[in-house]
Design a protein around this ligand. Sequence first.
Ligand code: DX5
Ligand code: ZN
Length: 224
Amino acid sequence: MNIKDYIIAPSILSADFARLGEESSKVLDCGADWIHFDVMDNHYVPNLTIGPMVCKALREFGIEAPIDAHLMVKPVDSLIESFAEAGASYITFHPEASDHIDRSIELIKSYDCKAGLVLNPASPVGLIEESLDKLDMVLLMSVNPGFGGQKFIDSVLNKITKVRSLIEKNNLNTRLEVDGGINLENISQIASAGADTFVAGSAIFNENDYSAVIKKMRSSLETI
Ligand code: DX5
Ligand code: ZN
């Protein structure tokens, strides 16, 4: 894969929540491509974070980069609409959280947003197979959703390779994003397995120099 095709999407879950506008703009100035926006509802996952009003506030603050809204919520449809109206670019949801997966995908597309499905570490690839040709992105969780700063679950590497071959077999341009526990030590292995889009929260925001980490991540990706 061409180095230019790799996307680094810092998760602002690990940013300073009192300064989300500045933090988002700083991490983009430091070389990030997208903002990964983790939405947790204390129902589908055991944590509560930020909603569409904060997404809209980031747009009004001047964030122009793609906002990748990862919905860890149940039900999903009303929040899909709110996030589309709030300026989200990608909207991804967990198939287990929607009663009508295809309807939720179509709803995202009806707003001209990019649609993605998310698989938890133990969720089978079969859950996305029927929808793959309609998806702009597949997001594979490499931790159990709900918290930042957890350890990458190695068994997900096989699933990354499996989904990459499905994408290639069907000649699709679907992005393959991986989320959870990504750091400087494992990013190249995750890319070699077939991922092209990398969410990193604590590995970036827990460092003082965001630019240095992102540069190092890109150099690791250059070795693939
Ligand atoms: C977990 C979230 C992730 C997470 C990434 O539920 O979806 O985006 O915050 O954070 P790190 O990189 O710290 O694992
Ligand atoms: Zn996420």
